[in-house]
Design a protein around this ligand. Structure first.
Ligand SMILES: *Cc1c(COP(=O)(O)O)cnc(C)c1O
Length: 403
């Protein structure tokens, strides 16, 4: 691990002065020669013809688990948006597994009490297998995170490793707690810890963690980047060349690779990211404000609301407040289930980040954290007309209102 000042800004993207909404459209294209296709094709080949006498490393693609031109086009766009070098993985969890492989044996991971449930599951499994130790924190309480980092450095894990890794989600899933990213990165680096940010909720249009000197960004590309609920993919983005090589090595050796068709779907989705996120976040802010006034609602969590504990921080460090809203329904788990069953336009489904609006009561999953309220419904707000979304939610909530 290097200190913040040693980090090379290895990526100088020729298009880096363009704004994100433009980069999403223009990056990752074949060079515009007459007769060239506008889009990178779906390259369906497991192997490539070699050149006699030359080392494979000097050539383009060699083997389908090592590289693929359709992946590379997606990676170019995501890298341009995040300001780093991206790697496409077969799923968000594959990318998360790659990022966790950066922890030294016996090292300690400090992570939020409400991360994506799969992240917690994997960290716990790695802990049980003796690969690492974990400390769970409230990521919004900066002092608590800093003292956990102090302990992580002082009390290395069972195998005597000294490396520590701070895992950040902001806002968290599904509690929407907002971390003080600049303060946490500074504190972690001062203690020699790597910082990973799961940027799935914010997308690079809302937050660019590498600009705050975080070391690794991970994405569930399945969600907003792909945007159409039709593929499962993940990605990492870094600036440091050594971290890039380690993650690439992990992807290749663990075989955590994407199919070329899925890469194409993700690339196609990414082209409209700015439009989709603009519409979805605007819809979410309208719905959050109206939900907060509804008599069947106990509490709304969304950083756009001035009364939300994360509002000031999100306003300072994010370019939008996101399109995930959490609603606690009056009347407990039963009333929340009633709402989920009564919607007609909203889809009662897990996952998030698609063009269509979905919702679910998170605690219906056994793996969800017990500190997530039983009556909490997570809304993934899509790009439909907001009045139709509201009318459907309102009728479902009216029906669930306790008499
Ligand atoms: C869905 C999700 C993941 C896991 O990604 P997959 O693509 O399902 O493997 C990780 N982090 C967050 C925040 C998610 O929402």
């Amino acid at each position: 691990m290097s200190g913040p000042d040693e980090r090379p800004d290895s990526v100088s993207h020729s298009q880096s002065r363009l704004r994100p909404g433009t980069l999403a459209v223009t990056a990752g294209r074949p060079s515009p020669q007459p007769g060239a296709p506008v889009n990178v094709p779906v390259v369906l080949s497991s192997t490539y013809v070699g050149v006699p006498g030359s080392s494979p490393a000097d050539l383009g693609p060699v083997y389908g688990r090592w590289s693929n031109d359709t992946w590379v086009a997606f990676e170019d766009v995501l890298g341009a948006l995040e300001g780093g070098r991206a790697l496409l993985f077969g799923s968000g969890m594959a990318a998360i597994s790659g990022a966790l492989s950066l922890v030294s044996p016996g090292g300690r991971v400090v992570l939020p009490r409400h991360p994506y449930s799969g992240t917690m599951g994997l960290v716990r499994a790695l802990e049980q297998a003796g690969h690492l130790a974990a400390t769970v924190v409230d990521i919004a309480e900066t002092d608590g995170v800093v003292s956990a980092l102090d302990d992580a450095v002082r009390t290395p894990g069972a195998l005597g490793g000294s490396a520590a890794l701070l895992w950040i989600e902001t806002p968290t899933n599904p509690m929407l707690e907002v971390a003080d990213l600049p303060a946490l990165v500074k504190a972690a680096h001062a203690r020699g810890a790597l910082v990973v940010v799961d940027n799935t909720f914010a997308t690079p249009l809302g937050l660019r963690p590498l600009d705050h000197r975080a070391d690794v960004v991970v994405h569930s590309v399945t969600k907003y980047l792909c945007g159409h609920s039709d593929a499962v993919l993940g990605a990492t983005v870094v600036r440091d060349a050594r971290l890039h090589d380690r993650l690439l090595g992990h992807r290749t050796m663990h075989g955590a690779v994407a199919g070329p068709f899925e890469a194409f779907l993700a690339l196609r989705g990414l082209r409209t990211l700015a439009l989709r996120v603009e519409r979805a976040t605007a819809n979410a802010a309208v719905l959050a404000a109206r939900l907060a006034q509804h008599p069947a609602v106990e509490r709304v969590r969304h950083p756009s609301l001035p009364a939300d504990p994360g509002h000031a921080r999100a306003a300072a460090q994010m370019a939008h407040f996101g399109a995930i809203v959490a609603v606690e329904v009056r009347g407990g788990a039963g009333a929340a289930e009633q709402v989920a069953a009564a919607v007609r336009l909203w889809v009662h489904a897990t996952s998030l980040g698609g063009v269509e609006s979905t919702l679910e009561r998170r605690r219906r999953h056994a793996a969800e954290a017990p500190t997530v309220p039983e009556n909490l419904i997570r809304l993934s707000v899509g790009i439909e007309d907001v009045e139709d979304l509201w009318a459907d939610l309102a009728q479902a909530l009216d029906g669930a209102r306790p008499v």
